[in-house]
Design a protein around this ligand. Structure first.
Ligand SMILES: [Mn+2]
Length: 486
């Protein structure tokens, strides 16, 4: 209580100190994104991203320079703004490499990193008209003061300055994903490209981004925790509202109410046979009584993502066939999680899972021994056991699945079986799709499941979905429950 009061006093004196306008007073520079001065509730002094200090950004750039070939220059453009219609942009998301190296969350900039120049940021210039419509943006001052660039110029100076920097370098590495004609059409770039001196930056950044720092792990842990809490609330909700669209809306609401900026991807909410469409995104059907619903969701917390899947019967009980298949996938999930440790690779875990699932499908009578068995298996499970996770959903993909895992790497373990309604096999299994996905952090001694707080045992799910209402009307109980948890 006392602590709270002291905090309130601090807040009110802060507000008095900066005058009536809390956001952009004379004393606080608007950096176009939260800073410790403008958002003290979010960032501590010295942080550029919540939990990540400017020193950490400096050390990321230093490590990148150590990896880059001698006398090379890295060019990293920010993500472009994508338009939905001519004047309506999609929500902007910064490119992960640009974000990792600068911390800057706005579009329109180009960051250049070299052994001699350090970080040199070319910043977009705002015109008074833009400020009225879009608000303040980060400019040269913010690049120097907030993002700690060694040098910063307005974008209008790019043509004057960048060609010389490129000409003095023996190799260029650039962010191929966000490459733009602005610099690619420059003669110096073309010349380097022609003589094979241009490389993809992701080879280097993926190696750096693959192993997470303690600050990054804290954000990933929180992102996973938000996803678990949100999905649990959505599971409760599903009994009363078994509609794919409502479950999608519910999980997004619950994630954002817990501090997530956005979803990591469009939630996959597949009822019954829709669960067999791996990246199903229509989310427009009612989940039939007795059917399972598969939800694959994730959110983004200050650039760090979560990715979690559960499959359950909104009616509260698994059928015998659903349960038999669920048990196989759950067992595979748990065994694969136990395989996670330094030195093993995603590929090895994948092979183990495929053997286990194939064997299980034969035991259940879903697959029969034949020359085509691997082909049939592939139709029921075309997915990989997992992927790296971090600032992108399929993080650091250029490293491939054969890398021996290291402490600080986060991967997903997501076995699944997807049986289409038209499957030529036992009828009782047709139209069932199940995936159980967890996030696993590789530790010095083994692993830690970051999504462990979200139930996956049949018994736990059935208990959570059923009220033991002792004579009280079940419908009312469900509504009360939904109201109390929302
Ligand atoms: Mn995944």
């Amino acid at each position: 209580m006392q602590i709270l009061r002291r905090k309130l006093l601090q807040r009110s004196s802060f507000i008095q100190g900066v005058g009536r306008c809390g956001y952009c007073s004379k004393n606080i520079v608007d950096a176009g994104q939260p800073t410790p001065a403008s958002h003290p509730q979010l960032l501590n002094e010295g942080e550029i991203t919540p939990g990540i200090t400017s020193e950490e950004y400096v050390s990321r750039r230093k490590r990148l320079l150590e990896l880059l070939p001698e006398n090379s220059l890295a060019i990293v453009a920010s993500a472009p703004v994508k338009m939905m219609t001519d004047v309506v942009p999609y929500t902007f998301r910064q490119d992960a490499d640009y974000s990792y190296l600068t911390g800057c969350q706005q579009p329109g900039g180009i960051a250049v990193l070299g052994h001699e120049c350090g970080l040199c940021m070319f910043m977009p210039e705002s015109h008074p008209h833009d400020v009225i419509w879009q608000g303040q943006i980060a400019g040269v001052d913010t690049a120097l003061d907030t993002f700690k660039a060694e040098k910063a110029y307005p974008m209008s100076k790019l043509k004057e300055i960048l060609p010389g920097m490129m000409g003095r370098s023996s190799k260029l590495v650039h962010n191929v994903k966000t490459a733009i004609p602005t610099y690619m059409e420059m003669e110096a770039f073309q010349k380097a490209a022609y003589s094979g001196k241009v490389k993809d930056l992701s080879v280097y950044t993926h190696e750096l981004r693959w192993v997470k720092s303690p600050a990054e792990l804290k954000l990933l842990r929180e992102s996973a925790s938000i996803a678990c809490q949100a999905l649990l609330q959505t599971m409760f909700h599903s009994k009363t509202y078994p509609y794919e669209s409502m479950l999608s809306a519910k999980v997004e609401y619950e994630c954002k109410m817990r501090g997530a900026q956005r979803m990591a991807f469009n939630p996959v909410v597949g009822g019954g046979p829709n669960a067999s469409v791996i990246h199903y995104s229509r989310n427009d059907q009612k989940v039939k009584d007795g059917d399972l619903v598969l939800m694959d969701i994730g959110c983004e917390l200050h650039g760090y993502l979560s990715d979690l899947t559960r499959t359950w019967p909104p009616c509260g009980f698994f059928s015998a066939a659903q349960r038999e298949l669920y048990d196989l996938i759950l067992e595979t999930n748990k065994e694969c999680v136990k395989l996670c440790r330094p030195g093993t690779s995603i590929r090895q875990i994948h092979h183990y899972s495929a053997e286990k699932l194939l064997h299980g499908l034969k035991e259940l009578g879903i697959l029969k021994d034949s020359r085509n068995i691997y082909h049939s298996y592939h139709q029921l499970n075309p997915t990989n056991i997992g992927h790296y996770l971090g600032m992108d959903v399929h993080d650091c993909h250029s490293l491939g699945d054969d890398q021996p895992l290291k402490p600080g790497v986060v991967i997903t373990i997501e076995p699944g079986i997807y049986i289409p309604s038209f499957f030529d096999g036992p009828e009782r299994f047709r139209g069932i799709g199940i995936r159980i996905e967890d996030e696993v952090l590789i530790t010095e001694t083994g692993y830690e499941v970051l999504t462990g707080s979200m139930p996956k045992e049949v018994k736990h799910i059935e208990t959570l979905l059923n009220n033991f209402c002792h004579g009280v009307n079940t419908e009312n109980q469900n509504n009360m429950r939904a109201a109390s948890i929302s």
